[in-house]
Design a protein around this ligand. Structure first.
Ligand SMILES: Nc1nc2c(ncn2[C@@H]2O[C@H](COP(=O)(O)OP(=O)(O)O)[C@@H](O)[C@H]2O)c(=O)[nH]1
Ligand SMILES: [Mg+2]
Length: 480
């Protein structure tokens, strides 16, 4: 499918199955004519002759004259519709048989069944909304909590777009000051904005972009779940812990070392917060290429996580700790780290003779782990017996405390926006460096333009390719 095709007329069932009413949307230059061909209004006056933004009652008929349903048709004329095109919405009874019949009739008359997100894509291409607003439509439909709903609603209503517009204005101002300097640099008698003023504007821009980039960790946690990476040596019980936390057999558990080679993740709601648990390949020295690729990804996931669960086999805790401390601890800076001493069930039976209590063993282990900073939390549990899990869950909820969002907070939750903003941030840093180093204006302008380009990518303009658009809209539901 050519994704930029907007000149044909599309139709789709826009409502979920099982409701009392089902709506079919038709959009395109022929929307009204084609609907008229299958619809007989009770008043006798065809849609083509009716005023827009009216409801018309009538019947959907087959070419043979059989009544498929009694329906209400709403009428929209370009450019005042969701897509910006002529559109109709046929509200039928919610039977999937009826809806399929109406779809088939429309298709027989020349409509094309719409792909995912095609209506919103048309809305974007017709200038009804920018790209970030279009993406918010999908988020809004997928929202499952007050926080995700608020983020999406704010973005769809243009909160983010406005913030970006202010930024772009500032950048354009800075660019024009720089270019003024370039154009008239031969005229030594002219005074230009001095560099400290330019640096000041650049600093303001940097702060705003920096702030937006920072909001992504909250936005992402709210939208996709707080990322919790489960890492550690092979056979420490990481997959068992994942399964215990998710309460299902999600990952393969085996006593063969190196079983988990790929990343397995799933979400779970605890105390009203969605967590994204990520089981990773065990970290060990290996010559197996596939396994080492898996281990590389383990580190990637560790880096992306907000919370790290380092699973250690309690029966050889000191050894496992020493093996990996150098690799794991430095990567946990700025994250919450929980050291999970797993297989506590084995410990208690092994140490039965000494009559040491579970707590005492735990304390001993804690002392045995050297140079642990204060804020690292150490818990002992048995993933296999599902003992001690509630303590871990409580700890996770404590760590994850997310801020309450207000209606107007701009929070970046879309990875595409985050990446564009990160690139914009790099560019503005180069601008700042350039200004500080007294680089010539044309070099600095180049980075300024790059910064503008990346901000432009977010709202969409003239730059996006079919591929980029296709990628964005394919995640939509059909009918939106
Ligand atoms: N006794 C005991 N065995 C466990 C526990 N957790 C995991 N195991 C076992 O340890 C082995 C490795 O577990 P697995 O979850 O695959 O480890 P991974 O390689 O870290 O993912 C399996 O045989 C598990 O049944 C536990 O809490 N107690
Ligand atoms: Mg595993």
């Amino acid at each position: 499918m050519n994704i930029l095709q907007t000149e044909d007329t599309i139709c789709a069932i826009a409502t979920a199955q099982g409701g009392a009413i089902g709506t079919i949307r038709v959009s395109g230059p022929e929307a009204i004519t084609l609907t008229d061909r299958i619809f007989k209004p009770v008043s006798g006056k065809p849609l083509a002759e009716r005023a827009p933004y009216t409801l018309t009652f009538g019947h959907i008929l087959t070419p043979e004259g059989e009544i498929i349903d009694e329906v209400l048709v709403s009428l929209f004329r370009a450019p005042y519709s969701y897509t910006g095109q002529d559109s109709t919405e046929i509200s039928c009874h919610g039977s999937s048989y009826i809806l399929q019949q109406v779809m088939q009739l429309l298709i027989r008359q020349g409509c094309r069944a719409a792909g995912p997100g095609e209506y919103t894509q048309r809305a974007f291409l017709n200038g009804k909304m920018d790209l970030s607003q279009a993406e918010a439509v999908a988020d809004l439909i997928a929202s499952t909590s007050a926080a995700t709903h608020r983020m999406a609603m704010n973005q769809m209503r243009g909160g983010f777009s406005r913030e970006l517009a202010v930024l772009r204005d500032k950048l354009l101002h800075l660019t024009s000051l720089m270019e003024l300097e370039l154009d008239f640099s031969d005229h030594e008698e002219l005074e230009f904005a001095d560099r400290s003023e330019l640096e000041d504007i650049a600093r303001q821009i940097e702060q705003v972009i920096h702030h937006l980039v920072d909001t992504f960790s909250v936005g992402n946690a709210l939208k996709n779940g707080v990322p919790v990476a489960i890492v550690g040596e092979t056979n420490a019980g990481k997959s068992t812990l994942l399964n215990a936390l998710l309460n299902e057999e999600r990952a393969i558990v085996s006593d063969i070392h190196g079983t988990t080679r790929d990343v397995i993740e799933d979400t779970m709601n605890l105390g009203g917060i969605t967590f994204r648990f990520i089981d990773t390949a065990g970290i060990r020295e290996t010559t197996d290429t596939i396994e080492s690729l898996g281990i590389e990804r383990s580190f990637q996931k560790l880096d992306q996580a907000d919370i790290v669960l380092w699973v250690i086999d309690a029966t050889c805790a000191e050894e496992q700790y020493r093996q990996l401390a150098d690799k794991i601890l430095p990567r946990c800076e700025g994250k919450h780290l929980v050291i999970v001493l797993n297989k506590a069930d084995l410990l208690s039976s092994a140490d039965m003779d000494t009559a040491a209590s579970k707590d005492a063993q735990f304390d001993r282990l804690k002392v045995a782990l050297p140079d642990l900073s204060e804020d690292v939390c150490v818990l002992s549990l048995s993933a296999k017996q599902k003992e001690g899990l509630s303590q871990l869950q409580k700890q996770l909820v404590d760590f994850a405390a997310l801020p309450d969002l207000s209606q107007n907070d701009v929070v970046v939750s879309n990875i595409r926006h985050y990446e564009a903003l990160s690139h914009a941030l790099e560019a503005i840093h180069r601008v700042q460096d350039g200004l500080a180093m007294q680089l010539s204006g044309d070099l600095v302008s180049q980075d300024l333009r790059e910064c503008l380009y990346h901000l432009g990518e977010i709202v969409g303009g003239t730059i996006e390719t079919d591929e980029v658009l296709g990628n964005i809209f394919k995640h939509f539901c059909i009918g939106k």
